[in-house]
Design a protein around this ligand. Structure first.
Ligand SMILES: Cc1cc2nc3c(=O)[nH]c(=O)nc-3n(C[C@H](O)[C@H](O)[C@H](O)COP(=O)(O)OP(=O)(O)OC[C@H]3O[C@@H](n4cnc5c(N)ncnc54)[C@H](O)[C@@H]3O)c2cc1C
Length: 478
């Protein structure tokens, strides 16, 4: 927009959950709002469109949530997964706000699903979106349009103009867009393959591991704005080499494979690398507590590939992957179909089979089926692979999101040398590292985005109002 273009109260950069929560809240507070989404309409919504639920505290059963999940229990869960790399004040703010945000979400069209039988464990802690994250994002866009939020697609912001830590304008190429306040909610940098390459570096085998990573979510989270802000001197939080990384089906697309590319049979069988050797205890703990370490484990194997192997006994005990596995009637046939050295593979399986001490197999508890005498033990659910047909699934590291972000206070303000900006705010994955410095517990990404998105939208609207008052109430845009 050139000279004479309208100046908005609040500019929101991004188009996922955090951006939408910010835009809706700023609009509700009476601000004029423009939202810039780098994706085209059909790909709008970022990683948020792949989600299923958000984690909510509640002291008693609440609509779709059973039992209770207290602030303290939620906080202890967060403390455990982050290993203490979290800001307690901000974390508790998020936790408390999740007890009441669902009414606001419903007001903007989000529906929640009644607890399903079989998901009781998460039905206590997590509220599931009816229709998943795609339906949530669509509902928010619909509500934003009805309320008069202006939305531009195909609008990737590449830089912003700052004066003494104050936001002045955003730039898309040669175009300049002014606003009185701004919320940045443009996700992490997980889809920027060059940046991932730089963060992961080269390994001792001369490989660049990140070249073999797949991205589970949107291709539009390239971290352009994050990099720009770091270069502009904004205070940063988090380790660039840390990311939430899951072992996923190697046949998944490079981007946007989403949740259906997960392979959930690791703890039922064994996993070998491309030299047909096992490398980690597949039965260390329950799969939901371990699935997020396997991406990194695979990333450290030669050529960043591994193979999850099961036999017929395990079929039916896990969520079936979207694509069928490689099937064979003998172990040697399976090895050759997977391109593994047949002798080494059959030796690895024979050694494992001989080491199994099978007690009472029960996948729902940490059972007593374990191995004895192996360098790489399997501590639970160890049963010989002896029943055809055998199945193999090739695995690759799948990045969910990165942890590097911008430092904030309880007002979601961006900081420069420890000083909060008056009118520049940040929400969602771009600042999630303040609360979630490492690790993950299901549903917390959407909790952080919803709570800080709303805070950022509210504070941005207030900053714009303040600006308008100082200027004598003159506004260029209706
Ligand atoms: C497969 C998958 C499943 C997940 N499941 C869950 C779950 O069930 N529960 C949960 O809590 N979390 C889940 N997560 C994590 C969750 O997606 C994130 O924590 C959350 O969506 C982050 O929201 P956000 O708004 O910050 O980012 P996103 O939703 O990723 O939105 C970022 C937006 O910014 C836009 N953008 C990027 N750069 C620019 C730019 N320069 N200019 C303009 N726009 C830009 C993008 O196009 C995108 O619209 C999942 C993630 C994945 C990948």
């Amino acid at each position: 927009m050139g000279q004479g273009s309208p100046v908005y109260d609040v500019l929101v950069i991004g188009g996922g959950n955090a951006a939408l929560c910010a835009a809706l809240t700023a609009k509700e507070a009476g601000a004029s709002v423009l939202m810039l989404e780098s994706a085209p309409p059909e790909w709008r919504g970022g990683n948020s469109s792949h989600t299923r639920n958000l984690r909510c505290m509640h002291d008693a059963p609440q609509d779709v949530l059973v039992d209770a999940y207290s602030e303290e229990e939620y906080w202890q869960d967060l403390l455990k997964v982050t290993g203490g790399i979290t800001n307690e004040k901000l974390a508790r703010m998020v936790i408390r706000a999740t007890s009441s945000c669902r009414d606001w979400m419903r007001k903007h069209g989000v529906n929640f699903q009644n607890p399903l039988s079989g998901t009781l464990h998460v039905a206590r802690t997590n509220a599931f979106f009816m229709g998943g994250g795609k339906a949530l994002v669509n509902a928010y866009y619909r509500s934003a349009q009805q309320l008069g939020v202006e939305i531009r697609y195909n609008a990737p912001v590449d830089s912003i103009e700052l004066v003494d830590g104050k936001f002045v304008a955003a730039r898309i190429g040669g175009e300049r867009i002014e606003a009185r306040a701004c919320v940045m909610a443009a996700g992490g940098f997980e889809s920027n393959r060059e940046w991932l390459r730089e963060a992961w570096g080269q390994n001792e085998r001369g490989e660049w591991p990140a070249d073999n990573f797949l991205i589970r979510g949107t291709k539009f989270n390239r971290g352009v704005l994050l990099r720009h802000m770091i270069d502009a001197g904004a205070d940063v939080i988090g380790d660039p080499s840390q990311s939430h990384c899951v072992a996923i089906d190697a046949r998944a697309p490079l981007y946007d494979g989403g949740i259906c590319t997960r392979i959930d049979c690791v703890s039922l069988g064994i996993v070998v690398n491309n030299t047909a050797e096992r490398f980690y205890d597949e039965g260390e703990d329950f799969w939901p507590k371990r699935y997020a370490i396997w991406g990194r484990l695979v990333a450290h194997q030669p050529n960043q590939i591994a193979y999850s192997i099961i036999d017929a006994k395990s079929v039916g005990n896990f969520m079936p992957p979207v694509f069928p596995g490689t099937q064979a009637n003998s172990l040697s046939e399976l090895a050759s179909k997977l391109g593994l050295d047949v002798d080494t593979f059959t030796r690895t399986v024979s050694e494992y089979n001989a080491a199994c001490r099978v007690g009472s197999f029960d996948h729902t508890v940490l059972d007593d089926c374990h191995t004895e005498g192996l360098d790489v033990p399997k501590t639970h659910w160890a049963r010989p692979l002896d029943t055809a047909p055998y199945y193999g699934y090739a695995l690759r590291p799948g990045i969910t999101f990165t942890y590097l972000g911008l430092k904030v206070n309880e007002d979601a303000a961006v900081h420069f040398d420890g000083e909060p900006s008056e009118n520049l705010f940040v929400a969602g994955e771009m600042m999630a590292g303040n609360v979630l410095g490492q690790g993950y517990t299901a549903g917390v990404g959407m909790s952080i985005g919803t709570v800080f998105g709303r805070i950022a939208g509210d504070r941005a609207a207030a900053a714009a109002k303040q600006h308008n008052m100082l200027k004598g109430g003159k506004r260029d845009v209706a």
